[in-house]
Write a protein that binds this ligand. Sequence first.
Ligand code: UDP
Length: 235
Amino acid sequence: MYKRVVLKLSGEFLAGESGYGIHPDTALELARSITAALEGTGVELAIVIGGGNLWRGARNGSGMDGATADYIGMLGTVMNAMALQDAMEQAGQPTRIMTAIQMAQVAEPYIRRRAMRHLEKGRVVIFGGGNGAPFFTTDTTATLRALEIGADVVLMAKNSVDGVYSSDPRKNPEATRYDHLTHAEVVAQRLEVMDATAITLCMDKGLPIIVFDIFEPGNLARLFRGERVGTLIST
Ligand code: UDP
């Protein structure tokens, strides 16, 4: 059973059917399922939320300066963090947002030891603003923060994909699902788990990753209880 985990959520999970923006009822449904799964487990939970529902940074191909585009993306993740906090607290779970870009009126700045203190007190900590640096994604944030706060695992939440497959199961019916992989296998086979910077960091530090379907009822609760769900990536 895990003591402390980092859960990586894509921004799109807040968007509802349109796939864009923040849909409060969708956020609330997600927050309720996370809160219910967490209850009574004693697991300390930190969440890293992405921003793909609002902005795609340097990848949007607009010709915009890449760093500027990425800073906009980081600000988007703070908007998502605030929406998720609101939903988590409506669901009865005390939370704190900590941002990598300071904006003291809306959230605390990220201070590692303070984040750990919040977790010890049973608060869910939501990390907003990515790493605070451009040219990264929130996958690297999940990895970096997990290493910093001594998390046991990074839980990579997926939508309707129950683990890592040899190729995209939605396009290739022959694709096979892996129960376990090493980091090196993920890198060598270029499997889509997280971006290359993030998976390399996990490999270097021996940080386990679990890829799972967060929308399959009961999955998160099983994970928090230490049961095997999805694909485990470890050394
Ligand atoms: N971003 C960044 N540095 C970071 C984290 C995020 O520049 O450390 C920017 C980047 O532009 C990225 C955007 O924020 O595209 C949103 O994050 P991400 O794409 O990881 O969100 P997700 O796809 O998980 O919703």
